[in-house]
Design a binder for this molecule. Sequence first.
Ligand code: ADP
Length: 281
Amino acid sequence: MSENVNSENCSHQCEGCSVENCGARQNPQSLLIEPDSRSSIRRIIGVVSGKGGVGKSFVTSMLAAEMQRRGRRTAVLDGDITGPSQGKAFGIKEKAYGDGELIIPAYTKSGIQLISTNMLLENDDTPVLWRGPMVANILKQFYQEVYWNNVDVMFVDMPPGTSDVPLTLFQSFKLDGIIVVTSPQELVSMIVEKAINMANTMNVKVLGLIENMSYVECPKCHEKMYVFGKSHIDATADKFNLPVLARIPLDPAIAEASDAGTIEDIEVPQIKEAVDFIENL
Ligand code: ADP
C-alpha cells in the first residue's frame, strides 16, 4: 500500500526522507518553461551531436526546409548560442527587433521562423564570449520571449556537449524527442549512449539517428564511395533499438549553399524519410 504523507508532517525536504512513494517525491517540481501565451508550438524536436563539425546544424536546416516544403509551419531555434550558423545558412541579414513585448523571429525565404544569436550581434563576426548562465538565459529567452506564430514543428539546433547549457535546454524545453546526428568516423556507439543517458535522465525520447557525410557519390557513375571507412551506425542502431532515419552523402553543393545563405534551395532526398517519421510521431 502506498504511504501518504499528510502535508502537516511533510518538511518538503525529500533528501533523507524515508517515505519513498510520497506523492510530492513522485511529482518533483517541473523545471519546464512555457512559451509566451501569444506563441503556439505544437511539436519540438532537438537535434544533437557528440562533437562539432559533423553537420548537426546542416541536418537541422534540412529537416526544417523539408518540413516547411510540406506545408507545415516550421521554426528553427538556433540553440548553438556560441557557435550560431542558422542565420548565415538561411541568408538572414536582419537583426532581431521587438514589438514592445516579444522578439519577432526572422522569416526565411520559404517562411521558416528563425531565431539565432547572430540576429542579436551588431557584427556577425563578433565572437560570442558569454559564460554558461548568460547562454542559458538567452536560450530560455529564445523560447519564451520570441513570438512563435502558430508553429507546427520547431527544430532546435542543440548546443553541443553535455555541459550545463544543453542540460538547461533539456530541463526547460518541452522536447518531443531528439535526433542524434553522427558521421562515420565517430565513435558512434559512445556518442549515442551518452545522448541516450542524458535524454533518459531528462525523460526525453531519442527518436533516431542520422548519419551525415556517409559517403560520396560519383556524379558520373553514381557509385558510392565510403571515404570515411565502414559505417558502424547499423550496429549501434540495433544495439539501442533505434531507427536510422537518414544517411546523407558528402556533397560540395551543401557546403556552398551554407556559405551562400541558400540552404533551403537545396533538396536532399535522403532527408525525406526522416521528415516522414517526424510527421507520423
Ligand atoms: P555542426 O553543427 O555539427 O558543427 P555544421 O552543420 O556546421 O556542423 O557543418 C560543418 C560544415 O560542414 C559546414 O560548413 C557545412 O556546410 C558542412 N557540411 C555539413 N554536412 C555536409 C555534407 N553532407 N556535405 C558537405 N558539407 C557538409
